[in-house]
Structures are given as structure tokens and as C-alpha cells.
Design a protein. Sequence first.
Length: 168
Amino acid sequence: MEYPDLSALPVELQEVVTAYGSLNVFRMLMHSPNLAPGVLTLGDAVLQRNSLPDTLRELAIVRVGHAYGAAYEVHHHERIARLVGLGEDALAAAETGSAGTLSGPEAAVLTATDRLLDRHTLDGAARDELLRFLTVNQLADLVMTVGYYQLICGFLNSFEVTTEGETS
């Protein structure tokens, strides 16, 4: 899929793409000029206002990326995950979905992410397990993080977004 002609967009949307660093995902989102601003606002909230510890947030995001086969997402969020201190063992677990060597909170988040991906819900036992490590606010943010990145990964895959031409 070709990227939209950004020069044909209203100036405010051109500025939005520039403000986000002109990464390919943001450029491609401009095929939906009416929804893109809201999608980006929600994405900002998921990344910047999330009550989950950064490492657990990124673990869930990278797991969603792997589960969806979204190489673009995995590429960018593995880098972010390392920057916030997520270890290589956790990144390897996110790739396979096997929580074997992870700590309690990491294992619980990885397992919950897969449950959300597979069953689209968390039952009482799964919620109780997570609430041993997370607050209710963090649990809610985990569910919304997984859902948001399912949306983004589906978009990335459907529009075949790659890192080609990006500088980061």
C-alpha cells in the first residue's frame, strides 16, 4: 500500500505527522484523516499516562506484536522495551509466549496478554492472579493497552507498514 500524499492533507495533519517524527505508521494512518488524530491521542495516553510500570507495558505490547506477526511493532517496541529496562529474557518470552523464567509480575502480564488475545477476556481467576501484582487501575490499563495494540498491529499488517525509509 502506498503512503498517502502528505502534501494533500490539511496543514494541521501535516504538522501532526511531522510532530510524531514522520514514522511510517503515522504517515500511513493519514489514510484515515478523520480517525488518525483520535488514534494518536489514545496512543499517547497508552504510552505516557499508563499506570503500568513501563517494563510491563512494553512486555504486553511486544507480545501483541509477536502474536500478530507485526514486525514493525516488534522492531520499534523491542527498542523501547530495552530503553525502559526490560531484560532479554522477558523479550524472548514475549516472542514465544512462554513465561517460564519470568518473575511473578512479568509472567502474570504475559499470561494475561495471551488470554486477552486468545479468549478476548480475563476470567475471575486471571484477574485475581493479576491483582496480586497490579492495582485495579493497572489491570484496566493493561486490558486497554493490549486492545489498543491489537488495533495498531491489525492496521500495520493490513497496510503492510515496514520500517523501510525510516531513520530510527
